[in-house]
Design a protein around this ligand. Structure first.
Ligand code: NAD
Ligand code: DAU
Length: 354
């Protein structure tokens, strides 16, 4: 997509990755108008965007992607040239507790956006981009070796990943059947500032700080490939502007960590930052019942993206984790706000009354 004046819809822009993406696009491309469409679920928070909310090229619209009519109306009003679709229910544990919310938002919501884009772009698809942001979890679970490539067969195993896989299939179907100009990326686990403290890293930082148990699922032997959220956003920027239409790109950190090793690293960083004796926070580690259907290992082969578009991660993990810990320790007000209210109920149901 050319960098002339364009109006871009970003869905889910008040969430973790979405807010980093909105910030990046608003600051880097003053010639674009960025319209952030978000329902503001428990995971959406306008405080994530405080620093850019008054910029002239930014607009927030509170709307639910499950409402088809509302999506059509937004296309009527804003005449979007591009869509970067991140809005989703994103937490695996919540998908186990309540799959339907994932089916509505992740599948029906994506279909509504595809229909709106198809209807509005059918006579003039030139230069338009429908970019769907997806996950490596659609590929299923790896054994001890191997990597997910763009050719790996889909094998989703949680309601979350099954709903994301369905949405990926719909996006590709609209490309092949209707010629909708789509792009897809599948990324590994992100970490960084503004991540909701239901996900491993911010949850454990918060618990360590408050001397609460660290609930390690199973034996802590599952492996994830961690990528700094800003590096994910940089990849989305490259793919959005220079990626091939109809193509899929895998994005990953080439940075595999066994959960328990990562947790021990977090404990030692936190001991140092909080002035505690070495080994103090590790005592909070508590092995709990495993997640149902817990995928053993994810690992991404991002060589296509690296070769075609020259992207690579910019930040070493240890440095990124240290920066992330600093951010949460410096932003206690943000953390307190998001962990008040409904979070307490979620926490009780997920970790206390199991
Ligand atoms: P998040 O849960 O932090 O944010 C999701 C956002 O979507 C929130 O702002 C929420 O209010 C909004 N939203 C939810 N339902 C909506 C609806 N019906 N209508 C409009 N807005 C709605 O999620 P995240 O971690 O930032 O993930 C963003 C996207 O990236 C998701 O599509 C996710 O599948 C994908 N992804 C995430 C990761 C990761 O590690 N977090 C990795 C790869 C891909
Ligand atoms: O791989 C990309 C995916 O990464 C994204 O698509 C998802 O939106 C995102 O939530 C993330 O999924 P995971 O399930 O891998 O992330 P989570 O932070 O929930 O868990 C990371 C690992 O830590 C996983 O093996 C489960 C484990 N875990 C998690 C929690 C919340 C624990 O042991 N204890 C916990 O309390």
């Amino acid at each position: 997509m050319e960098k002339t004046k364009k109006t871009i819809m970003v869905t889910g822009g008040a969430g973790f990755i979405g807010s980093h993406l909105v910030r990046h696009f608003v600051n880097k491309y003053p010639e674009y108008r960025i319209v952030n469409v978000d329902k503001l679920t428990y995971a959406g928070n306008l405080a994530n965007l405080k620093d850019i909310e008054d910029k002239p090229n930014y607009k927030f619209v509170k709307a639910d992607i499950v409402n088809a009519e509302e999506m059509q109306q937004l296309f009527d009003v804003y005449r979007f040239d591009g869509v970067i679709h991140l809005a989703a229910e994103s937490h695996v544990d919540r998908s186990i507790a309540n799959p339907n919310a994932f089916i509505y938002t992740n599948i029906v919501g994506t279909a509504n956006l595809l229909n709106a884009a198809r209807f509005h772009w059918k006579d003039n698809p030139e230069g338009k981009v429908f970019y769907h942001v997806s996950t490596d979890e659609v590929y299923g679970s790896l054994g001890e070796t191997g990597f997910f490539t763009e050719e790996t067969s889909y094998d989703p195993r949680s309601p979350y990943s099954a709903s994301k896989a369905s949405s990926d299939h719909l996006v590709r179907a609209y490309f092949h059947t209707f010629g909708l100009p789509v792009k897809i990326s599948n990324c590994s686990n992100n970490y960084g500032s503004y991540q909701f403290p239901e996900k491993l890293i911010p949850l454990f930082i918060n618990n360590i700080q408050h001397n609460k148990p660290l609930p390690v699922y199973g034996k802590g032997e599952n492996i994830r490939d961690w990528l700094w959220v800003v590096d994910h956003v940089r990849a989305i920027d490259e793919i959005f502007h220079r990626g091939q239409t109809g193509e899929t790109y895998n994005i990953g950190g080439n940075n595999e960590w066994k959960n328990i090793d990562l947790i021990r690293l977090m404990c030692s960083i936190m001991d140092r930052k909080l002035g505690r004796d070495a080994g103090t926070s590790e005592k909070l580690i508590t092995y709990v019942k495993d997640r149902a259907g817990h995928d053993l290992r994810y690992a991404i082969d991002s060589s296509k993206l690296q070769k075609e578009l020259g992207w690579k991660p910019s930040l070493q993990f240890e440095e990124g984790l240290e920066k992330t810990v600093d951010w949460y320790l410096e932003n206690t007000e943000w953390l307190e706000n998001v962990t008040s209210g409904d979070y307490k109920k979620y926490y009780e149901e997920q970790y206390v009354n199991r």
